[in-house]
Write a protein that binds this ligand. Structure first.
Ligand SMILES: Cc1ncc(C[n+]2csc(CCOP(=O)(O)OP(=O)(O)O)c2C)c(N)n1
Ligand SMILES: [Mg+2]
Length: 360
């Protein structure tokens, strides 16, 4: 029995294309991306890093509400998203706002989501996504359902979802991957393993050596990827997408990554559960540094180009936060009517009360 476990675990070696120095270590796996595609990937990562820095600052100024930092996880988030098509459906967790933005959610709406405004959850026509899930793991069962729906309608598209290392301990995680496997649903399940569920380290979360190996019990494909290597994440997701639309079933992708900031802006102090050595170790693996070196080696990126992206991001953010600040405040009646299709009896009275108050 011990041998079975050991032989399973030894199969899940980390898939990498670019090492920490931006050197190609796996030429055969290099995805087919044009120079423009490669530059676009870098542009998105730089833009998203700036968005993270500005979001933290805006939160401190009281202009944003709930926010889960993303710095460190750009390759995991954007490399996987880059492998998708517009018709694919994205079911994000609370830390996955960048994927939503690159799937088409306007920035001002992402800010309204942070402020708790219902309009932040209203996907524009043609943006195939749900708003970020706060209930850990729930997006996994929803994804199995969305993907099965696509299959039944004969669509050549996939549903992709994201959770963290902590999320793999939830019942919904197992139900989702098992259901999708049983029904051959075109789903991609991403686990961004940033080694901590708030303050709980992954070693305390599970006895499993990898999270990717959890695919085995569901009878689906699983792969562990260097989540700081945007090309590896892209290639793994692209492959999973192709398999999914060719009726070869779902895939579980574990990306090894790190969040540089706190869990959320709600006030946890990472220095109480992580060491400086660990932080330093991960900053050396930084996805932007490594990809920048790779692109510079191909004469595809420069400081000038990067500064242009930074300015563009700052300008967009300035406009978007202004629009979010000026957006009509939500009313209690709106909150209730958007929550329920049919009003429960006990809320009818409150609805009347608030209609009255709001009309003054
Ligand atoms: C069902 C449920 N239980 C508990 C929580 C509280 N909670 C919020 S975030 C979190 C940790 C999640 O960690 P992980 O899955 O590793 O994701 P990360 O935040 O690291 O991206 C917990 C326990 C919740 N939101 N939902
Ligand atoms: Mg985590």
């Amino acid at each position: 029995m011990k041998h079975v476990l050991e032989s399973v675990e030894s199969q899940f070696e980390m898939f990498q294309i670019l090492d920490e120095n931006g050197k190609v270590v796996n030429k055969d796996a290099m995805p087919d991306l044009s120079d423009d595609n490669l530059k676009e990937l870098m542009r998105r990562m730089v833009y998203t890093r700036i968005l993270d820095q500005r979001s933290m600052a805006l939160n401190r100024q009281g202009r944003l509400g709930f926010y889960a930092p993303t710095a460190g996880q750009e390759a995991s988030q954007l490399g996987s998203h880059f492998a998708l098509e517009t018709e694919d459906f994205v079911l994000p967790g609370y830390r996955d706002v960048p994927q939503l933005i690159w799937h088409g959610l306007p920035l001002y709406q992402a800010f309204l989501f942070s402020k708790g405004h219902f309009h932040g959850n209203q996907m524009p026509e043609g943006v195939n996504a749900l708003s970020p899930q706060i209930i850990i793991g729930a997006q996994y069962t929803q994804t199995a359902g969305v993907a099965l729906g696509m299959k039944k309608r004969g669509k050549k598209s996939v549903a992709i979802t994201y959770t963290g290392d902590g999320g793999t301990s939830q019942g919904d995680f197992y139900e989702g991957i098992n259901f999708a496997g049983a029904f051959g649903a075109p789903a991609i399940f991403v686990v961004q393993n940033n080694y901590f569920a708030i303050s709980v380290p992954v070693e305390k979360q599970t006895k499993a050596k990898t999270l990717a190996q959890k695919a085995v019990a569901a009878g689906i494909e699983g792969i562990q990827v260097d989540g700081m290597d945007v090309l590896a994440v892209y290639a793994a997701t692209k492959n999973a997408r192709e398999r999914a639309i060719n009726s070869e079933g779902p895939t579980l992708i574990e990306t090894l990554t790190y969040r540089y900031g706190p869990h959320t802006t709600a006030g946890d102090d990472p220095t109480r559960y992580r060491t400086e050595e660990l932080d330093n170790e991960w900053e050396k693996k930084d996805p932007l540094v490594r990809f920048r070196k790779f692109l510079e080696g191909k004469n595809l990126w420069s400081e000038e180009e990067e500064n242009k992206v930074i300015e563009e991001a700052k300008d967009d953010i300035k406009q978007a936060i202004k629009k979010a600040d000026g957006y009509p405040k939500q009313k209690v009646t709106e909150l209730i009517s958007h929550m329920f299709e049919e009003l429960p009896m006990n809320l009818e009275e409150q609805m009347e009360e608030y209609k009255e108050k709001e009309s003054k």
